[in-house]
Design a protein around this ligand. Structure first.
Ligand code: FAD
Length: 446
């Protein structure tokens, strides 16, 4: 005999967990309530406070449309409203007399403030608030060194993370029993956000994310360890935006990737930065390890870096990939970031803000965590590490096809000069519409 539900009506508040597979909050709501109300609030706070990314706005709109059709296929719906998330949820709770709100945990300062306000609003309406896992493989804070609230160094975290108990992967609920009468509300349009976006940005949604994983893992997972740094080969999963918006579950990916250690380790890096951000909510703004850096201000150099006109081909290729695709390969992100902070001496926050404007996967924890790692203010155990960009370019883009793909002015230049156009003769350089390296004019390091 089926177990009687313990709730009459439960609101499942979606935030950045836009999927039906392996969604503990949705699963529990469907297992315990007679009526389940999947709910999303288009909160103007995000467009006014978060970086105005057209790529993310479009990806979000597509992900919501996909989620709605997955829920409809299960006799449910996605109910959408605009306004303050807490206010709109409290209003819905009052209107339906909901017994509980269920949602997925998150780590940002905003998410935590939202949670605290929502807890008060629910308590005032005699409604329970349940927070479930699902954003990371292992919840932030679930493992910690003795006497501390988080791991500051990756390797010991990785060792504990691998041995931590993982919850079971949940299937999508077969039926999401929706309310009898409630207006569904309009979904945002993927094109009407009025902000610039990249022509090659990924298409959002759980369906697209799962299809990408199935296709990519069948072809590339096995060789990921050797191939993930091959810049022109572009053989990483490109699942980061799907992970950021929760269109795919990190736990489900980790389970299906096992025992491929190199790939699972990358998912662990993601968890690592999330547990640092949970313990240091100011990570996107403040140095994790202040070391007295004195950053330069140089608006012209910042602009040249943003447009991909620094005169260092591997950096310019990365920066133009960002504008064209809303995505950059990890190795290229590291090199472009390193150039900004270690060669130009500019503040990592300038770079992180531009990445956040354009990356479809822009994520407070991963973006700030990685920028601080490169800048030497974060969790790198070698904070003075400095990449030799030319050596890195020859190593990871040996025939130059990554650079040629994004920097057409250099299409006719062959390696090794392609990665060092300043070594061409004066006459050859004059024929190229390509700048001299920006950092050479600075008396800043080597
Ligand atoms: C300066 C800088 C800024 C970055 N900003 C972001 C960001 O805003 N959002 C973001 O998701 N990643 C960020 N990264 C990490 C990494 O570059 C991307 O996650 C990765 O390139 C995404 O490509 P992929 O999905 O093909 O990765 P894959 O190589 O296929 O890896 C699988 C998944 O593992 C996770 N992952 C891989 N590398 C890292 C890493 N170094 N840190 C954390 N998670 C990782 C991602 O979720 C990724 O999707 C940044 C890295 C640098 C150096």
């Amino acid at each position: 005999m089926a177990r009687a539900p313990s709730y009459d009506t439960v609101v499942v508040l979606f935030t950045r967990d836009l999927r039906v597979h392996d969604h503990p909050a949705l699963w529990r709501a469907c297992a315990t309530a007679r009526t389940v109300v999947p709910f999303f609030v288009m909160d103007p706070w995000f467009s006014s406070h978060a970086p105005a990314s057209g790529n993310r706005a479009a990806f979000l709109a597509e992900s919501l449309a996909d989620l709605r059709s997955s829920l409809r296929a299960r006799h449910g719906n996605l109910f959408v409203r605009s306004g303050d998330t807490v206010g709109a949820t409290a209003e819905l709770v009052a209107k339906l007399g909901a017994d509980a709100v269920m949602m997925t945990e998150d780590v940002s300062k905003l998410a935590r403030a939202r949670h605290d306000r929502l807890a008060r609003a629910c308590a005032a309406r005699d409604c329970r608030l349940e927070v479930h896992p699902g954003t990371t493989v292992v919840s932030p804070g679930a493992i910690a060194p003795a006497g501390k609230d988080h791991y500051a160094v990756f390797t010991p975290y990785w060792r504990q993370w691998r041995n931590a108990p993982w919850r079971r992967v949940l299937p999508a609920p077969r039926r999401v029993p929706g309310p009898a009468r409630l207006a569904a509300g309009r979904l945002p349009s993927p094109t009407a956000h009025g902000r610039p976006s990249s022509p090659g940005r990924p298409t959002g949604g759980e369906t697209a994310g799962r299809a990408r994983w199935a296709r990519w893992s069948a072809r590339h997972l096995e060789a990921y360890g050797e191939a993930h740094d091959d810049l022109p080969g572009d053989r990483t999963s490109r699942l980061s935006a799907y992970l950021h918006f929760g269109c795919v579950s990190p736990l489900e990916l980790a389970r299906s990737a096992e025992p491929n250690e190199p790939f699972v380790r990358q998912l662990c890096w993601r968890d690592f930065h999330h547990q640092v951000a949970a313990a240091h909510p100011d990570l996107p703004r403040r140095d994790y390890r202040p070391r007295g850096h004195r950053w330069r201000r140089d608006p012209a150099a910042e602009d040249a870096w943003r447009c991909g006109r620094t005169g260092v081909p591997i950096v310019d290729a990365a920066m133009r990939q960002l504008l064209a695709e809303g995505f950059v390969h990890n190795r290229a992100r590291m090199l472009a970031a390193s150039y900004l902070v270690k060669d130009l001496g500019l503040d990592w926050r300038v770079g992180a803000a531009h990445f956040a404007d354009w990356l479809t996967d822009a994520d407070l924890a991963n973006n700030a965590g990685n920028w601080q790692w490169v800048a030497g203010t974060g969790n790198d155990t070698r904070p003075n590490r400095r990449f030799n960009l030319v050596r890195q370019a020859h190593r990871f883009d040996p025939d130059g096809s990554y650079v040629r793909r994004y920097v057409p002015e250099l299409a006719g230049v062959k390696p090794p000069h392609l990665h060092e156009p300043w070594r061409l003769s004066v006459l050859e350089r004059k024929r190229l519409d390509y700048p001299a390296p920006l950092h050479r004019g600075l008396n800043w390091g080597g």
